[in-house]
Design a protein around this ligand. Structure first.
Ligand SMILES: O=C(O)c1ccccc1NCC(=O)[C@H](O)[C@H](O)COP(=O)(O)O
Length: 213
């Protein structure tokens, strides 16, 4: 039995105001805005500022970076006012902690996972276990083998990678993550969220939560 009754939901790679309005209405916990270079979901600072204005109070605003330089991260913090940072690249702990903000750190679960990978970044609010191999980008739409998640890990983690409305019930009931993170699985095309998929994803997480009580 899982003591947690509310699996946190993060919708990542949001690019349109109407999708953000729906996400808020659906009661997601966090909205991710991507600043990683070469991402099809990447926002300019001006776009992000406009989108941020539509995010309801109490919902975490997560700024996602992948090996961006410190000046860029600071510019985003100053202009967009995220509440959490997410680092998806090779950033070390000193870099991630230097901004004095809560942060998530992605762990690449798709390649050879270091035995102690989940003990890194003790200052992270949560780790984000994603399906890319080390050095690769996220947002791939592919799942990794969930049995690779060490059972004894006491760290809060977000499960990510290849989640969608059809597999999220099984994912939550099998893995019992602190939270789940989805991007491609609620899209009709990269960066284009699909309202029906967003709605069904949230319903399926809540159905899994209810079945665990
Ligand atoms: O979304 C991107 O394009 C991206 C680019 C570079 C690094 C990370 C990126 N996205 C991360 C996410 O959207 C999620 O945290 C996670 O990877 C889930 O992605 P998906 O498998 O598409 O649900």
């Amino acid at each position: 039995m899982n003591a947690q009754t509310h699996t946190r939901i993060k919708f990542c790679g949001m690019t349109h105001a109407d999708d953000i309005a729906l996400a808020c209405e659906l009661g997601v916990d966090a909205i991710g805005l991507v600043f990683a270079e070469r991402s099809s979901r990447r926002l300019t600072i001006e776009q992000a500022r406009a989108l941020r204005a539509g995010i309801a109070e109490g919902i975490e605003v997560v700024a996602l970076f992948m090996d961006n330089d410190a000046a860029t991260v600071q510019r985003v913090i100053d202009a967009v006012r995220p509440t959490v940072l997410q680092f998806h690249g090779r950033e070390d702990e000193a870099f991630c902690a230097a901004f004095d903000m809560p942060y998530f750190k992605a762990v690449a679960m798709g390649g050879d996972v270091a035995a102690d990978a989940l003990s890194h970044h003790p200052r992270a609010v949560a780790l984000l276990l994603d399906s890319h191999a080390s050095g690769g980008a996220g947002g791939t739409g592919h799942a990794f083998d969930w049995s690779r998640i060490p059972r004894e890990s006491a760290r809060p983690f977000l499960l990510a990678g290849g989640l969608h409305p059809e597999n999220i019930f099984d994912a939550v009931t099998a893995v019992h993550p602190w939270g789940v993170d989805v991007s491609s699985g609620i899209e009709s095309a990269p960066g284009e969220k699909d309202a029906a998929k967003m709605r069904r994803f949230v319903e399926e997480v809540r159905r899994a939560d209810s079945s665990e009580r």
